[in-house]
Design a protein around this ligand. Structure first.
Ligand code: PMP
Length: 434
């Protein structure tokens, strides 16, 4: 077990619920060893993580950082074994899409692998301009800005916008990158209970009338797969003069009949003020973006520190992303239908077998197992039997709510999903979850 051998205290930052910002190896306390000759104050926490990882490896429960050598549709080869991938964010199955691969190859040949540096100075290529125009068009907004990762996008945007005297109001289950952006911002950082609009209103009522107010939430929550209550949040944002920022990391390509995200899902086009997304999940690249009105984007281009002080996206990646948005416009409907069929089949199959899949109705499917021990044992069973899946353990989720998190994609066939269901059922029976 990951926890048993570690004596080191882990700060559980999410007392009342999830802490998606948590991680089994995170936030270890630094204590100066009694015998200072054995090291400095950092030694204890560095050693604690070392011991924890070693102990998990000895127990054969360590599945992090598993290198994939080959990708074959929904299947991968890793360390000599062929496994069905259920730990992927490639929701529409666009990894290795021939049009996207070809676009990257052309850009590599034309521009090389890197750029002259940061976008604001010499790093901007015509490709970056086209990329941002493609994102703006896809998102239905005036303009867009692309950053080097999704994580950095949240960090840079929230901290640029929310200054002293402003309030940022964040759902308690938001992703770590949002939490870290709020922590970096100079304004007041407030949280509301997960997807609880009465609690959001309570917080909004406390904010000074003239303070800048930013409400921020994931569209689809990354640990549970449930969907943010956009209609109610929009109404509250309008009533209290707040701006609404939504992270579409797990909804782009996934929600809405054409995969355009949460606004399409609720039939509320244009209601999000600050539309954030990642370019590393449905879009097979790296990077993140904000789409919005042109003055907001201009503000970010000239104030967001991670944009100003960090290098431009590499040309092959920028070209791949442009093509990926075009592919979604062309193939999104069909791929989205396959995805929806697969998600329904998988969730129904799990429920019929007696599993608890929590609140999900999206490709992020938590398979609740309770204890960390069960989650680790089931992970090992699945990995040994050809399903690549990973556990989510406290403190990322509350004690007793450990789970496997299985991601369904459009690349899975129904036979693939049936194969995985059979393995999950045998794993669940082996540990007594079902
Ligand atoms: N937001 C959410 C909701 C995420 O789940 C993630 C990544 N898992 C990110 C932002 C960060 O995106 P990236 O991995 O592209 O940096």
């Amino acid at each position: 077990m990951l926890n048993t051998r570690s004596e080191v205290h882990i700060d559980q930052n999410g007392q009342n619920g999830h802490n998606p910002n948590g991680w089994p190896f995170d936030r270890l306390q630094t204590t100066l060893p009694a015998d200072a000759s054995v090291g400095d104050a950092f030694t204890a926490k560095i050693d604690a993580v070392w011991q924890r990882v070693e102990s998990a490896k000895e127990d054969d429960y360590y599945y992090y950082l598993q290198p994939v050598d080959e990708i074959d549709g929904a299947w991968v080869w890793t360390q000599g074994q062929r496994k069905l991938m259920f730990a992927t964010y490639s929701y529409l199955g666009l990894l290795k899409h021939p049009r996207i691969v070809a676009a990257a190859a052309v850009a590599l040949e034309k521009y090389g692998a890197g750029t002259h540096g940061v976008r604001l100075l010499g790093g901007t290529l015509d490709l970056h301009v086209k990329l941002e125009q493609s994102i703006a068009a896809f998102a239905g907004r005036e303009d867009a800005i692309a950053y080097s990762t999704g994580y950095v996008t949240n960090l840079a945007t929230i901290s640029a916008l929310v200054g002293r005297g402003d309030w940022v109001i964040s759902d308690k289950w938001n992703h770590a990158s949002i939490v870290d952006g709020c922590l970096l911002a100079q304004g007041e950082f407030k949280r509301f209970r997960h997807n609880d609009m009465a609690d959001l209103e309570r917080v909004l009522q406390q904010a000074p009338a003239n303070a800048g107010k930013l409400i921020v939430a994931d569209a689809v929550f990354s640990m549970d797969g449930d969907i943010f209550d956009l209609p109610a949040a929009v109404a509250l944002a309008r009533r209290y003069g707040a701006r609404l920022m939504i992270d579409e990391a797990h909804s782009l390509g996934v929600l809405g009949a054409t995969g355009h995200g949460i606004e399409e899902h609720f039939n509320l086009p244009g209601v999000i003020d600050i539309k954030m997304g990642t370019l590393s999940k449905t879009i097979p690249g790296i990077g993140g973006y904000i789409a919005g009105d042109r003055k907001l984007i201009n503000f970010l281009r000239h104030t967001a520190r991670a944009f100003i002080f960090s290098a431009a996206l590499p040309p092959p990646v920028a070209a791949a992303i442009i093509e990926a948005f075009a592919v979604i416009e062309d193939e999104g409907v069909a791929r989205n239908q396959t995805l929806t069929r697969n998600v329904d089949y998988f969730i129904k199959g799990l429920k019929a077998a007696g599993f608890d899949t929590g609140l999900t109705c999206t490709p992020i499917v938590p398979i609740m197992v309770g204890t960390e021990k069960r989650a680790l044992t089931m992970t090992k069973f699945c990995q040994d039997n050809g399903v690549f899946v990973l556990p989510v353990l406290p403190p990322a989720v509350p004690e007793g709510m450990a789970r496997l998190r299985a991601n369904v994609t459009a690349a899975h066939t129904l036979e693939d999903i049936q194969f995985a269901l059979d393995v999950f059922v045998r794993a669940g029976q082996a540990v007594g979850v079902i």
